[in-house]
Design a protein around this ligand. Structure first.
Ligand SMILES: [Mg+2]
Length: 301
């Protein structure tokens, strides 16, 4: 959790990463309580807000954003693992399994947890939404839509090598990339429908009436994207996603990642609640990703 003493914090971070604490912009700003328009928290804030409602579903967008048990889950842990993998160009299987060892109780699916804890190297043909929930760093790391699709596919196939698992990751990452590079909602809708063959014809209200908990990509990613498409700002995207009454943390992570890319930095109050619920290790990686990837000069094609 966030610590109060800045020197103790910086000492801990340096011990973990052996890097100058001055490079850890997010932590510096948490310490000084300044808000710097940080990116890459859209998925994570959605995960934290949705975490309570995964277990206590609601069909209303009018709910308390934070409850006593609101905390980061597997969506945050594995998103951070993918961010570190991209920065270090290392082995994703090893990286995912390392994070599971650090955070064994983050609420993983049983098959994924067994795969990770048994040190498996082969994918297990998953079509679950785990590929979509962890993919957002790929869209920030890539320099083109084509590269986004390549990174999203690579981030998926180590576990979710079923075509529907890959499709969920590609649709989510493509939407984030288009959003962060100025694409309109129509352009995002076109990509998701035409390139990923998802049906986005249903309204959120139509989906909500019959929707139940569904961890498949096919049964949760288009719904989360619809939650974003019908939003008017970051918070309404999160409220839309959670109000489906399904896999709330993951669907809010997906909708939140796209919404952050589209609308800009998450609101200050949500930013503060989010960083207060992350630990030093996660903050350090996210800070480094922001400093070295998101703030770099862009050469978009
Ligand atoms: Mg989760």
């Amino acid at each position: 959790m966030v610590m109060d003493d800045q020197s103790q914090r910086n000492e801990t971070i340096s011990a973990i990463w052996n890097r100058p604490a001055g490079s850890l912009a997010l932590l510096d700003n948490v310490n000084s309580r300044r808000y710097i328009g940080f990116r890459m928290l859209g998925a994570i804030a959605g995960d934290i807000i949705g975490s309570h409602y995964e277990h206590f579903p609601t069909k209303s967008p009018d709910f308390f954003l934070y409850r006593e048990d609101s905390s980061f889950t597997d969506d945050t842990v594995l998103t951070t693992a993918v961010a570190q993998w991209l920065m270090e160009e290392t082995d994703l299987v090893e990286m995912l399994q390392r994070y599971v060892a650090w955070y064994p109780d983050a609420g993983y699916g049983t098959t994924f947890l067994r795969w990770a804890q048994c040190g498996e190297r082969d994918p297990y043909d998953s079509w679950g939404n785990g590929s979509a929930m962890r993919v957002s760093p790929c869209a920030w790391f890539a320099s083109s839509l084509e590269e986004t699709i390549r990174f999203a596919t690579a981030s998926s196939v180590v576990t979710h090598n079923h075509p529907d698992g890959v499709r969920g990751a590609v649709a989510t990452a493509g939407a984030i990339y288009l959003a962060r590079t100025g694409g309109t909602k129509d352009a995002i809708r076109d990509f998701v429908c035409k390139e990923c063959d998802y049906n986005l014809c249903r309204t959120l209200q139509e989906i909500r009436e019959r929707y139940i908990f569904d961890v498949s990509c096919n049964g949760s990613v288009p719904e989360a994207i619809t939650a974003f498409l019908e939003s008017h700002d970051y918070e309404s995207a999160i409220r839309n996603a959670v109000s489906l009454g399904g896999d709330a943390d993951t669907q809010a992570a997906i909708a939140g990642a796209i919404a952050e890319a589209f609308y800009g930095p998450i609101p200050k109050d949500i930013y503060s609640e989010t960083v207060a619920r992350l630990d030093v290790r996660l903050l350090a990686v996210l800070s480094r990703f922001y400093e070295t990837v998101i703030k770099r000069p862009m050469s978009l094609t």
